[in-house]
Design a protein around this ligand. Structure first.
Ligand code: MTE
Ligand code: MO
Length: 387
């Protein structure tokens, strides 16, 4: 019997198939702990971790990652104006501005334009220690953005593509001391080059089922390799224009202030949050007899990974093993390291990833001149107590 058949049999049998998506994609398919394995708790975490910081936010418990695809109902979620309820029957995604044929597309019309698959894991640019839980990985289905833009016919002078969500809220816009009270839609933009590239997708399904409202029902933009904020949820309109879009979440909230030494002088630069910075973190340590296993996660912009290493108590870097199942370009990647001969007492473990271009994950010290907290991809030393 093939794997596919087995799943179908299970479904027919009406058994509880928790963990299997609609099309049989395994979400958390593997147990986080194998037979005989126990979790070694981290001693670097606050005693009571709150995994639901606010009603409309959710983070994952990285020590419980149990397979490549985060289940839909556990996928991390965060946003600025809550989750709007969008009626799929009256929903239309509009394309306006510098196009030959303005569009107003229903969900059915969009689905008929494509059902491409994309494995893409991302993190919020604010994801950082101690929890690292604003990250997840999914199998998405959707229409290439380029297909929709080609149907609209992008004009030659189109430079800036603004993606507006259906979510909106009151904002105080401060201009030189005067506060302007306006209602704004969540908006983010892409350059012409990026918008017309092969990768961005308008996704309507996650792990084989319709998006949940947390993940942007009915349609969201995905920019593979970029931080979460680019992935505009509840997508209502694409507006094509010539001038740069400088909305709050484009130009003010998602930027990084960094001091860089240029020609021997520190220059302070502010840059937009775009592609994900190369990161790894240790998510769990388990014990099986006298052997310990260190399991971790890698996130980056899709550049192939060369190696990932683990250091124990400041010792030499030791090669960890890249998981062969998490190999799609934009998937998050897993690694593991077998730690033999762990002695009783507290130990510090840290991972460091290197990509194919030779880029090495920085230390916290290396990022001392990064002033704003976004894009923290620093190496994250973890502490465990061995009994
Ligand atoms: N419409 C809309 N899209 C949005 C946001 C938002 O506030 N409104 N937040 C962004 C941010 S900051 C992140 S990290 C991701 C989170 O996506 P998720 O909830 O599916 O994990 O959505 C992005 N897309
Ligand atoms: Mo975010």
């Amino acid at each position: 019997m093939t794997k596919q058949n087995t799943r179908r049999e299970i479904l027919k049998g009406g058994l509880a198939v928790a963990g299997l998506g609609f099309l049989g994609f395994p979400e958390w398919a593997l147990p986080a702990l194998a037979q005989g394995e126990t979790l070694v708790p981290f001693t670097d975490l606050p005693a009571n971790i709150n995994l639901t910081p606010a009603a409309d936010r959710r983070i994952i418990d990285i020590s419980k990652i149990a397979g490549q695809f985060t289940p839909r109902d556990q996928f991390f979620t965060t946003q600025h104006y809550g989750h709007p309820d969008v009626d799929p029957a009256t929903y239309r995604m509009k394309v306006s501005g510098l196009v030959d044929r303005p569009l107003s597309l229903s969900l059915d019309e969009l689905k008929k334009m494509g059902s491409n698959e994309l494995v893409f894991g991302f993190e919020c640019s604010g994801n950082r220690r101690p929890l690292q839980g604003l990250s997840s990985n999914g199998r998405w289905t959707g229409v290439p953005l380029r297909t929709v833009l080609d149907r609209a016919g992008v004009k030659a002078d189109a430079r800036e593509f603004v993606f507006f969500g259906a979510d909106r809220g009151p904002e105080d816009v401060d201009f030189r001391g005067t506060i302007h009270k306006v209602e704004q839609q969540f908006g983010r933009s892409l350059s012409r080059e990026k918008a017309l590239s092969a990768e961005p997708m308008l996704a309507y399904a996650l792990n084989g089922e319709p998006l949940t409202k947390h993940q942007g029902f009915p349609l969201r933009l995905l920019v593979p390799g970029w931080y979460g904020v680019a992935n505009v949820k509840f997508l209502a309109e694409i507006h094509v224009q010539t001038d740069p879009y400088l909305g709050k979440y484009q130009a003010r909230w998602y930027r990084t202030l960094r001091g860089e030494t240029i020609n021997g002088e520190i220059k302070w630069t502010e840059t937009a949050v775009t592609h994900m910075q190369l990161k790894s973190f240790i998510a769990r340590v388990t014990k099986n007899g006298s052997r310990h296993t260190v399991f971790g996660v890698i996130l980056n912009d899709g550049t192939p990974i060369k190696s990932v290493d683990v250091s124990i108590d400041g010792g030499p870097w030791q090669a960890a093993t890249l998981d062969s199942a998490t190999k799609e370009k934009f998937s998050w990647k897993f690694f593991s390291y077998t730690w033999n001969g762990a002695t009783a007492g507290e130990h510090t473990l840290v991972s460091r990833v290197t990509d194919a271009n030779g880029l090495v994950q920085p230390t916290e010290q290396d990022l001392a001149n990064k002033k704003t907290f976004l894009e923290d991809n620093s190496q994250y030393p973890r502490k465990v107590m061995i009994a």
